[in-house]
Structure formats: C-alpha cells, structure tokens
Design a binder for this molecule. Structure first.
Ligand SMILES: C[S@@+](CC[C@H](N)C(=O)[O-])C[C@H]1O[C@@H](n2cnc3c(N)ncnc32)[C@H](O)[C@@H]1O
Length: 336
C-alpha cells in the first residue's frame, strides 16, 4: 500500500528539515557582495534543496536577482514523501508529494514579472523526486556556475562531494565537525575551500516543521505556534572570496613558556584560545578548530593534518600535554 510505503520511508528518513532565516542568508551574502559587487554577475545559481514555496534562499535570490546581475536562478526541492517531517500549508493536501519542485527565473523573464517575488508561485513539478543525486538535478548542477544552500546535514559528505566533483563555486551551511573530515580538512589546508563570514552570535536559529519532536534544549515554540531550533556549531563553507578572510586577527599576548605548554608528542605549543595566539611566536602552535572562523591565509599557514590514530608530523588529532590527551587542534605557523 502506498500509505505504508510512505510511512516506512518516513521512519527511515533522517530529519533534515531546518529552515534558514532570511537575515542569516542576507548577512552572509552581503560579505561577498561588498568584497566584489560582480561576484554573481551573469552566473547561473542553483539552490538544490530549496522549496520555492518556503525557502528564504529562493526569496533572497529572486529579490536580489537584478542587484546581483544573475543570468539565471534555479531552485529545486526534494519530494515531500521522502522527508521525515513536512513543512505544510492549508493547500498541501491538493499537492503531489512524490515529485520535487522547480522554480526558475531568467534575465529574459524580468520584463514579464513586475516583481520577482510574485513570480515565486510559478514553480512546477520536476520529473522526479528532486534528489540532488538524480540525473535530473545533476543536469541542473552541471548547468549552474554556483551552488548555494543549507543542505541536508545527514548527507553532508555526499553533498559536498557532489559539488566538488562538478568543480563548482559554492556556499553552503556546515556543521563545524565537518572540518576534521578527511574529505574537507586537506582542502582547507590547501586554501581551496574556507569558512564564510559566519552567523551572528555564532548561534543561528531555524524554523522546523509542526510535527517536529519537541526537545528539552535548543528548542522553542513562538507566539504564532511556530517551532524553532538553534545550533551552536554551524558555519558557512565556501570557495568564494569574502572580505573577512583577509582580515588579520589582532594579537595582543606575548609568548612565555609558562603560559603556553609544549606538547609531549609534537614540536609545538598549545594555544587554547584563538584570541590568545602569541604575537611574537614564530614556531608551530596548536589552536582550536574554531580558529578557522578567523583564519587569514596571509597571516598564518596551516601545517597540520587531523587524522585520528596516526602519528605524523603535526597531526594534532591526539596531542598530549604533560601526559594527558588534549583537545583536537590545528597546527599553524605565522607567515613571515
Ligand atoms: C537543512 S534543510 C534546509 C532547507 C533550505 N535549504 C533552507 O535553508 O531553508 C535541508 C533540506 O534538504 C532536503 N533534502 C534531504 N535529502 C535530500 C536529497 N537527497 N536531495 C535534495 N534535497 C534533500 C530536506 O528535505 C531539507 O528540506
């Protein structure tokens, strides 16, 4: 029975329904725009996890289509019956839950729509379910120059690989844990990808669907009955230039051996807070992973690799200080 099939799919599905706020998108994109007003000019932008009816990414790029000088905007979404929870409205029962949706806006359309937001209701169904791995959405990826979204957290590795195999520019929301993945850290070390500007206060809030299970922490329901969640460890990951990346961290601490212990197993010192990186130390330092949110490649070079269990030069996955295993660190050195 189709009903049972859908229930089984929902039971298996991971919960990936977290809806990004307009202000968070605007705040991040502003940094790239201020750095280079033409960063998206004549580009095709694909938003591959964005329901044209809900997504603030779709709204943001439709509204800023002309300002950014986009050539084409494509926004696609995943079929509702593949999701664990569904974000609905009153008319949803009349909709087809087995297909994804697609919305496109092109330069030629602008003359025909007096206000791009109005055109958002001109979405159509995709042939398939809108899975980013489907041939249909892959074709859209290949057509696009830039891929932007908050992707399904449960499929992050696969999603990033899907972008990188097509060699696209991208800007996506990530969990900070992804930095230590073997598919991610080497690219950060080689300055091929980097963190974006980041969320205000580092603690973004996301709308979640009405049937989302209640939680005891980082969860609340607002006066309109809308459910929300917040996350403390999210950031933006990108390979597009933005101004913050080239701002030096201002340093005020002076090195002294008492303040900065040496690791037992590496020729490096432990610096437990990014703000306390000594301004006068020329050797190798182990810094927290959150350093990458402030990393300026003109100021520091990244030397280490993070590879749990293996002892290699500056592999600070398991640094030992005075006989005790310390926190995972990134090995850096000041550029001369
Ligand atoms: C974290 S949510 C973000 C939604 C939207 N991008 C936003 O920021 O508001 C990730 C979205 O990806 C969708 N998704 C899950 N698996 C997918 C897949 N295989 N292909 C495409 N989208 C998928 C989820 O249904 C969910 O709506």
């Amino acid at each position: 029975m189709a009903g049972n099939r859908n229930l089984n799919i929902a039971a298996r599905a991971k919960n990936d329904e977290f809806y990004t706020q307009y202000d968070d998108i605007q705040r991040e994109l502003n940094c790239y725009y201020i750095y280079d007003k033409n960063f998206l000019r004549d580009k095709t932008v694909l938003l591959p996890c964005d329901d044209p009816e809900w997504s603030n990414f779709t709204k943001f790029f439709a509204l800023n289509f002309e300002l950014y000088g986009l050539k084409k905007l494509i926004s696609t979404s995943y079929a509702a019956d593949k999701k664990k929870f569904i974000y609905r409205n009153l008319f949803d029962e009349f909709k087809d839950f087995s297909h994804g949706k697609i919305y496109t806006l092109e330069q030629n359309d602008l003359g025909k729509v007096d206000y791009p937001l109005k055109a958002l209701n001109r979405w159509e169904y995709l042939e398939g379910d809108g899975d980013f791995r489907s041939a249909e959405v892959k074709r859209l990826r290949d057509e696009a120059d830039v891929i932007i979204t908050n992707p399904p957290f449960s499929m992050f590795r696969e999603f990033l690989a899907w972008i990188l195999e097509a060699n696209k520019k991208f800007l996506i929301i990530c969990n900070m844990n992804c930095i230590t993945y073997k598919e991610v850290f080497p690219l950060i070390k080689e300055n091929k990808i980097w963190l974006g500007n980041g969320f205000s206060g580092g603690d973004p809030q996301f709308k979640v669907p009405a049937d989302y299970e209640e939680r005891s922490t980082r969860f609340w329901i607002d006066n309109d009955g809308q459910k929300w969640r917040s996350f403390g460890n999210l950031h933006w990951l990108t390979n597009m230039e933005h101004g913050k990346r080239h701002e030096n961290i201002s340093l005020y601490m002076k090195y002294s051996p008492e303040l900065y212990p040496r690791y037992d197993n590496y020729d490096a010192i432990e610096v437990s807070k990014t703000a306390e990186i000594p301004k006068d130390y020329a050797g190798v330092m182990g810094v927290p992973i959150t350093f990458l949110g402030k990393y300026c490649p003109e100021q520091f070079e990244i030397l280490g690799k993070i590879d749990t269990g293996k002892i290699n030069e500056y592999n600070l996955a398991n640094p030992i200080i005075n006989g005790k295993i310390g926190y995972k660190r990134i090995a850096i050195r000041r550029r001369r």
